[in-house]
Design a protein around this ligand. Structure first.
Ligand code: ATP
Length: 371
């Protein structure tokens, strides 16, 4: 059924050095990415990082200032010019769904086919298939205004897939829905995309939505892709402090390293981690993931107090304060915490960056991987 089931060695999407400048603003600064056919990519990042601009460049709604965009090997944007959106064979789902209120559900879904001049009988077959696929066959003659937000979203999805797009693009597809519906629809949309062997790119500022729907997540920061990786890799091994900060992947802090170890604070004994040539004191940034920390009554060199404890359903989110330094750390625990105890750290989970935000490998200066 779908054009993407034709086997091709070309990536479904290839973006090479795309720059977009608006008057005085560089919204995208040399973006490069390759997306194999059949994969789902999330563009994730804080407000203003350039996600929508990148999606709109792929869609052909914005012309890049520099660079090339290829869809299934065909250059749709580059020095020779830009193909208009309707010539790119894409499906688009907009944040507000952009359904025509004066048309029925079936007419909305048929709209791209009507624009392509497809005959009525063929149109009817395709609309039936698309509405069946999203479970809305019984709503064909309803007006979109009489549907719930989730149902309208599915109509928009049916309209986006009806003409068998080479690439499905979605701009914050779930942001107008409440939390429970967002979670169930995220899973449903992913299943649908996979069952149709579609390739999809969507924009979100919600990391959980990205994790639920995407194979690969691209984290943007100030117009630059800082990292593209599957969700678990992104969260456990953030490439830069900005990625770690945006994902809230643990406690980020400055520290110093010398031959004696890693100093979280001069009033605390150093952790037994160092760098190969750490004769001089070196300034680093580190991340202590929540899963690396535990508090117990078994003594360690790091006495802590619980500063705040927030019950979040299946676990407690804890803010610890290290005595006497006052350094604050975040961790999770399943059991209600005692108000005081000793901190234990899985040293292998600590991530570190140099002053240029490059990942550095800390090496153990003792036999311990856990203190
Ligand atoms: N048409 C425009 N004219 C001028 N500046 C623009 C235009 N569109 C976007 N920008 C700027 O480009 C930058 C990136 O905007 P973009 O909308 O892509 O960010 P975003 O990550 O999608 O943000 P949000 O999550 O808030 O939608 C911002 O600084 C924005 O103000």
């Amino acid at each position: 059924m779908n054009a993407l089931t034709q086997h091709t060695t070309q990536p479904a999407l290839d973006i090479k050095g795309v720059v977009k400048r608006f008057a005085g603003v560089e919204a995208l600064a040399s973006v490069n990415l390759t997306l194999p056919a059949g994969q789902v990519l999330a563009l994730l990042g804080p407000s203003g990082c350039g996600k929508t601009t990148l999606l709109r460049c792929i869609a052909g709604l914005i012309e890049p200032s520099e660079g090339r965009i290829l869809i299934s090997g065909e250059e749709v944007s580059g020095p020779r010019g830009c193909l208009p959106p309707e010539a790119r064979r894409l499906g688009m789902v907009f944040q507000d769904y952009a359904l025509w209120p004066h048309m029925t559900v079936a007419e909305n879904v048929a709209f791209p086919l009507t624009m392509q001049g497809i005959a009525k009988s063929e149109r009817q077959k395709k609309v039936e298939w698309a509405l069946n696929t999203v479970g809305l066959q019984a709503f064909a003659s309803r007006s979109p205004g009489t549907l719930s937000g989730g149902q309208q979203q599915r109509v928009a999805l049916a309209r986006a897939i009806v003409s068998e797009p080479r690439l499905l693009l979605m701009d914050e597809p779930l942001s107008n829905l409440d939390k429970g519906l967002r979670e169930s629809l995220a899973v449903e949309i992913r299943r649908l995309i996979k069952s149709l062997h579609l390739t999809a790119v969507f924009v979100t500022h919600d990391q959980h939505e990205a994790y639920a729907m995407a194979d690969q997540v691209a984290v943007l920061h100030k117009g630059v892709i800082e990292q593209i990786a599957p969700a678990q890799e992104l969260y456990r091994q953030p490439a830069t402090p900005d990625v770690a900060k945006f994902l809230d992947a643990g406690t980020l802090m400055s520290a110093t390293v010398d031959a004696k170890g890693l100093w979280l604070d001069s009033s605390l004994p150093p952790l037994p981690l160092s760098l190969p040539d750490a004769e001089e004191q070196t300034q680093v940034q580190i991340m202590l993931p929540r899963s690396a920390l535990q508090v117990s009554s078994i003594p360690s060199a790091y006495p802590v107090e619980v500063f705040a404890s927030v019950y979040q359903g299946e676990f407690y989110s804890i803010t610890l304060v290290l005595s006497p330094s006052g350094v604050r750390l975040q961790m999770l625990t399943q059991d209600p915490p005692a108000s005081q105890g000793y901190l234990h750290i899985d040293l292998r989970q600590i991530r570190a960056w140099d002053s240029n935000n490059r990942v550095i490998e800390l090496r153990s200066v003792s036999d311990h991987t856990y203190i």
